[in-house]
Design a protein around this ligand. Structure first.
Ligand code: XMP
Length: 534
């Protein structure tokens, strides 16, 4: 399958480049800067990412492009552009002031294949401390802004370009057009990577790979494991057995609702109510990491015990997705690879691992889910931590506290789903770019607050405070509402929810949830705070 290779020089936006290329229905892979797959005949073009380093930094990542240049088209972005200018004999120097933020292309070469279809003065996003002050010989400028003379350039008679702005970020308004020019027109990509083609080829591959074997899969209610299950179901039908463990710390009625959804989709699911075990083991435990450990270990015990009853199973399927596997570069230049824990089951039961989503970004998983006909509420479900409400109850955990929190959480989440807002202009574009399903009419879209937020929930605080209800003085619990916007949970901002909405939710919680008389809203961003409180 034809592909674009993105060489990662450690920029925070490297994954975004990958997502943008995939949105063009082009397959791409992100690899560390020094791991170009020279033997792969399917590569049709190369993109060099940005980097946290200056080209002069001793720690700067350097790569020899001589085996690639002349053979494949190259697009250098930011550091990628500066690196090629610097190593080609040009000059890169610290910019007078850091060139950061919005800029407009003041002039550009309308005949350049890279810039076809761009509007005059189109907005781009800059973010660099160095700037190119002189191009190498045999190189020409193709765009500049008011402040940045060599905003984009090309090597003469070579299919090699550099742009100092970031076409992958949302604020570069026509960034997708530029990437399309590169990927499709310059590299000759056929744009055949689509959810439909993915489903078709993956189902065929799974049939081939698995044959008549039995497969076990752990469902969590989340998007990844659900889509994984649906793909396998399409490939092998009843030979897939799913296990869904209820640790008693899910949202209100979630176990029953999710079981119903799964059964409605035709999946063969074993639901295990193990809440008794978890409440017993968590009794009196207050330390967050201990809670996590107990729940993690307990989960594996319950899952494994159930899985071992399926004695003829040959495979364990997992909803691992691409960002879980990308080898990312740390600031020290070390390659970090995240490992996922499958609890030793594959070795113990001699199971083979099957990870059909391992090439997909999160937004692609959702698109595949839609392609498979899954209901929208399963696809757009917010992330939810594995240890569930245990990390949202500060202090020890009891069934009663879980009940109080479930009630408050349900009011908040249902409220977010019901409250619709109209957006236009840049706000609407941003929401659509994040993959929220909404139709534009008369320049406006209508979305729920739920779809506008990345994640939301309620936290039960370990304090009581005085209140008054009717003629009675109360002394009851306080809860905190948490809602954030984010693209990857690595950073997050608190969601700026409308005051009228918060007033309604606060009233509803205090009036309907026995035991709560005070509601606060968490206005901390990540960093320095985290999304969860524990
Ligand atoms: P933090 O709180 O670190 O969370 O900002 C980032 C994202 O990860 C989720 N999260 C977890 N997910 N097990 C999980 O499966 C955990 O122990 C865990 N802790 C945090 C959190 O909900 C957010 O989406």
């Amino acid at each position: 399958m034809e592909k674009i290779i993105i060489l990662d020089f450690g920029s925070q936006t490297t994954q975004l480049i990958g997502r943008r290329v995939r949105e063009l229905d082009m397959f791409c892979e992100i690899v560390p800067y020094n791991k170009f797959p020279h033997d792969d005949p399917d590569v049709i073009g190369v993109i060099l990412s940005g980097s946290p380093f200056s080209v002069y930094d001793e720690r700067a990542f350097k790569v020899d492009l001589s085996n690639i240049r002349g053979r494949l088209p190259i697009l250098g972005i930011c550091y990628g552009a500066q690196f090629m200018a610097h190593t080609g004999g040009g000059k890169v120097e610290p910019a007078g002031s850091r060139e950061y933020g919005r800029a407009n292309l003041a002039a550009f070469d309308h005949d350049s294949p890279l810039l076809q279809g761009l509007d005059d003065h189109t907005q781009v996003w800059m973010s660099h401390g160095d700037t190119i002050t002189q191009l190498p010989d045999h190189c020409h400028k193709i765009a500049s802004t008011d402040k940045v003379e060599f905003a984009a350039y090309q090597f003469d008679n070579e299919r090699v370009w550099g742009v100092q702005f970031h076409p992958e970020v949302f604020h570069t308004v026509q960034g997708t057009q530029l990437l399309k020019n590169f990927v499709v027109d310059i590299c000759g990509g056929h744009q055949t990577w689509s959810p439909a083609s993915f489903v078709e080829t993956t189902v065929a591959e799974l049939k081939e790979q698995i044959g008549n074997d039995r497969v076990i899969l752990g469902l969590s209610g989340g998007v990844d494991s659900s889509v994984c299950a649906m793909l396998l179901h399409r490939a092998i039908g009843p030979n897939l057995t799913c296990i869904f463990v209820d640790h008693g710390l899910l949202r209100k009625n979630e176990f029953q609702n999710v079981m119903r959804d799964y059964e409605g989709l035709g999946l063969n699911v074993i639901g295990v109510d193990a809440s008794e075990k978890f409440f017993r083991e968590l009794e009196g435990v207050t330390e967050p990491e201990r809670k996590r450990k107990i729940i993690g270990a307990g989960f594996i015990d319950v899952f494994n015990a159930e899985a071992q009853k399926i004695t003829d199973a040959k495979w364990l399927a997992q909803g691992t997705i691409y960002p879980d596997r990308i080898e990312s570069l740390s600031i020290t230049g070390m390659v970090i690879k995240s490992h996922h824990n499958v609890g030793g089951l594959p070795e113990k039961m001699h199971l083979k691992l099957c990870e059909p989503l391992k090439w997909l970004f999160k937004d692609e998983v959702r698109r595949v889910g839609r392609q498979l006909g899954m209901p929208e509420h399963l696809i757009t479900r917010h992330p939810f931590p594995g240890p569930g409400l245990a990390v949202r109850i500060l202090g020890d955990i009891t069934r009663e506290k879980v009940r109080v929190l479930q009630e408050a959480d349900d009011i908040f989440i249902q409220g977010l789903r019901d409250w619709k807002v109209k957006l236009s202009g840049e706000d609407a574009r941003k929401v659509l770019a994040a993959g929220v399903p909404a139709n534009m009419t008369n320049g406006e879209i209508e979305v729920s607050l739920y779809d506008q937020t990345w994640q939301a929930g309620v936290i039960l605080l370990p304090i009581k405070s005085v209140g008054v209800m009717g003629d009675e003085r109360t002394y009851e619990r306080a809860v905190a509402l948490r809602a954030v916007t984010s693209t990857d949970a690595m950073t997050a901002d608190w969601a700026h929810l409308p005051y009228e909405f918060m007033a309604k939710v606060s009233n509803d919680i205090i009036n309907k949830v026995k035991g709560v008389n005070r509601v606060c809203y968490d206005i901390s961003s990540k960093p320095p705070a985290t999304i969860e409180w524990e």
